[in-house]
Design a protein around this ligand. Structure first.
Ligand code: SAJ
Length: 417
C-alpha cells in the first residue's frame, strides 16, 4: 500500500522525530499538536525539544515543505498517534489524551485509512481506540479483534515506539519493531508504512500481544535496575562499592545486572510497569515491588547526604543534574528532583542546584526555601558537599582534585566507579 500523506498526532519526543524522518523519506507529513507554541516552533523549523540531530532533520523537513504542523488533523492516508499516556494519582492508566487524539481524527477518517497507536498503552487500549472510532464514525467499518478476518474499511494497529531518548533518530531507524494488528491485515498494512523508515526487522502479531510486549520491555528494565538498587542498599552500609559488585558479577556469562543510581525516572520506565499492574493487581508482586524499590532510592540517597559531616556542620550542598538521565532536558519523574526534595525535608543547609538544560528551577523545587539554581563553578566554589545526581557530559571535566576537601556523593559512579 502506498502512503503519500501521513498525519502524526502528538509532536513530542516520539511524534516529532517520527514525523520528521517520514518527511525526510519523501512522504508528505502533517504534524498535529494541541500546543500552539509547539506548532509555531516546528513551522519555524525549530524543534521544541533537545535531541541529537533533531534540529537538522526538522529544519530540513520543514524547509522542503514535506513537514507542516497545525493544531487539528487533516485528511491523510495514515494517522500515527503518539500522545502521552500518563498515570493517575492512584497509578491507573490515564487514556484521556489517547481518547482526545482518537476523537480528533474521527471527522477526517475515510475508507482505506490506517490508524496506528504508537503511544505506550495498557493491554486493550488499541481495541478501545477501535471502539471509540466505531462509535464516532457510523458510516465506516472497523476491525474486530474477535473476528479478525471480517471485512473493515479502516485498519488499526499498535506499533509501540522503542526509541531511547538521546538516541532517538538512530533507534527509530535501526531498532526492530513489534507491530500488532486489530484485524488480520492491519499489521501488514502498518509494516508497509514503517518500511519507508525502519531498517530493523518488523515482527507482526496481535494488538494485545504488542501492547504487553512493549510494557514487558520497560518492566524488565525496571526490575533489573531495582535489583541493582537493592544491592546498593545492601552494599553501601557494609562499606562495599556496589559498582565493583555489579562489574565483577557481570563477568559471569549469564549475569547482566544494570547500574544502581538515584532511582528510575522518565515518562516510560517509571510509569509503564504500573500499566501491567493495573491489569493484574494480584498477579504482579515482583513488578510492583521493583517500582517501590526504585521509588525509595531518592530518600535513601537523601539519608546518605544528610549523614555527611560537612552537611551536619551546616555547609552548602551542590547538587549536580536534575534531568532524569544524562544529556537530555527531560525532568519528568526525575529521581534527581526527588533527591533534592527529600534532602530539603532532612536538612536546612543551602542547596545549590546545577542543571545546564534549564534556566529556572522546576516548580516543586522553586516552592521550597533555600534552593537556588547556579552555574556549576559558582555552586562548586562554596560547596562543602557535592552530590552528582545526573551524569551530564557538562560535568565530565570536574576532577576529584577539584573536589578535594569536599564530601562527595556520586550516585552515578562517575568519580567513584
Ligand atoms: N537507569 C538506571 N540504571 C541503569 C539504566 C537506567 O538507574 O542501568 C535509570 C536512568 O538513569 C533513568 C531511568 O533508569 O532515570 C530510565 O532510563 P533508560 O535509559 O533506561 O530508559 P528511558 O526511560 O529513557 O527509555 C526507555 C527505553 N526502554 C528500554 O530500554 C527497555 C526505550 O527503549 C523506550 O522506548 C522508552 O523507555 C519508552 O519510551 O518506552
Amino acid at each position: 500500500m502506498a502512503f503519500e500523506h501521513v498525519c502524526v498526532i502528538g509532536l513530542g519526543y516520539v511524534g516529532l522525530p517520527t514525523a520528521a524522518v517520514l518527511a525526510s523519506r519523501g512522504i508528505r507529513v502533517t504534524g498535529v499538536d494541541v500546543n500552539v507554541k509547539t506548532v509555531d516552533s516546528i513551522n519555524a523549523g525549530k524543534p521544541h525539544i533537545i535531541e541529537p540531530d533533531l534540529d537538522m532533520v526538522v529544519h530540513g523537513a520543514v524547509a522542503s515543505g514535506q513537514l507542516t504542523a497545525r493544531i487539528t488533523p487533516v485528511p491523510a492516508d495514515a494517522f500515527i498517534i503518539a500522545v502521552p499516556t500518563p498515570f493517575t494519582e492512584d497509578r491507573k492508566p490515564d487514556l484521556s489524551y489517547l481518547e482526545a487524539a482518537t476523537m480528533a481524527i474521527a471527522p477526517v477518517l475515510k475508507k482505506g485509512d490506517l490508524v496506528v497507536v504508537e503511544s505506550t498503552v495498557p493491554v486493550g487500549a488499541t481495541r478501545q481506540v477501535g471502539a471509540w472510532l466505531s462509535a464516532a464514525c457510523s458510516d465506516l467499518t472497523f476491525p474486530d479483534p474477535d473476528a479478525p478476518d471480517a471485512a473493515h474499511d479502516i485498519c488499526i494497529a499498535h506499533s509501540p515506539e522503542r526509541v531511547l531518548p538521546g538516541r532517538v533518530l538512530l533507534e527509530l531507524v535501526r531498532n526492530d519493531r513489534v507491530i500488532g494488528g486489530l484485524g488480520a491485515d492491519c499489521a501488514a498494512c502498518t509494516k508497509s508504512l514503517y518500511a519507508t523508515v525502519v531498517e530493523g526487522d518488523m515482527h507482526l502479531t496481535t494488538a494485545a500481544t504488542a501492547e504487553l510486549v512493549k510494557l514487558s520491555e520497560n518492566a524488565f528494565r525496571d526490575v533489573n535496575i531495582a535489583f541493582a538498587n537493592e544491592l546498593a542498599n545492601v552494599a553501601e552500609p557494609l562499606g562495599i562499592n556496589v559498582r565493583d559488585v555489579v562489574r565483577l558479577a557481570n563477568y559471569h556469562p549469564r549475569v547482566n545486572i544494570l547500574n544502581p543510581g538515584p532511582g528510575v525516572g522518565g515518562h516510560c520506565i517509571a510509569v509503564d510497569p504500573w500499566f501491567i499492574a493495573a491489569s493484574a493487581p494480584d498477579r504482579t508482586p515482583l513488578i510492583q515491588t521493583a517500582r517501590r524499590v526504585n521509588d525509595a532510592r531518592p530518600a535513601a540517597i537523601a539519608d546518605q547526604i544528610a549523614a555527611l559531616a560537612s552537611v551536619q556542620g551546616g555547609g552548602a550542598i551542590a547538587c549536580l543534574g536534575l534531568s532524569y538521565k544524562a544529556d537530555i532536558d527531560d525532568l519528568r519523574e526525575s529521581p534527581s528532583i526527588h533527591v533534592v526534595e527529600e534532602l530539603r525535608k532532612r536538612v536546612a543547609n543551602p542547596i545549590h542546584v546545577v542543571e545546564p538544560h534549564i534556566d529556572a528551577l522546576p516548580p516543586s523545587l522553586a516552592a521550597l526555601d533555600g534552593i537556588a539554581l547556579l552555574a556549576c563553578a559558582d555552586a562548586l566554589a562554596d560547596a562543602a558537599a557535592v552530590v552528582l545526581l545526573t551524569d551530564h557530559k557538562a560535568f565530565s571535566g570536574i576532577t576529584l582534585d577539584a573536589l578535594s576537601g569536599k564530601d562527595i556523593v556520586d550516585t552515578r559512579g562517575v568519580w567513584t566507579s
